[in-house]
Design a protein. Sequence first.
Length: 140
Amino acid sequence: MNLDAQWIVGFVDGEGCFHVGISKHSGMTTGFQVLPEFTVVQHERDIQVLFALKQYFGCGVVRKNHDARQCFRVRKLEDLREKIIPFFRKHPLKTRKSVDFHTFCRVVNLMTQNKHLTVEGMAHIRSLAETMNRRGSCSC
């Protein structure tokens, strides 16, 4: 499957999600772990498009999500910073999902600066994460 950049933008506008999870983790300096991820979910009958996205970006995994749904997911900070974010900066999203994308970029940038390892930085990241995906735009 040959994917076009603008097709990917439209598809992600409809089916993608930029998400920042925060979970308790006793091994972390602040007691919490930050998990940024880019996800696209599809019914298993359309799994080929998820593998095409994985091939296009050269990163991530395709795995079962829930029930008959599968997902393409990128969690590795380096891949988010060097592949996913530059793609969507070059090819901007067209919907309100772009607001979540820009917030997601801020969180990834803060993590690159190791701000997630400080209490103040974690509080800032938490406040940013709480503003994301409030409009039902996340299908993950």
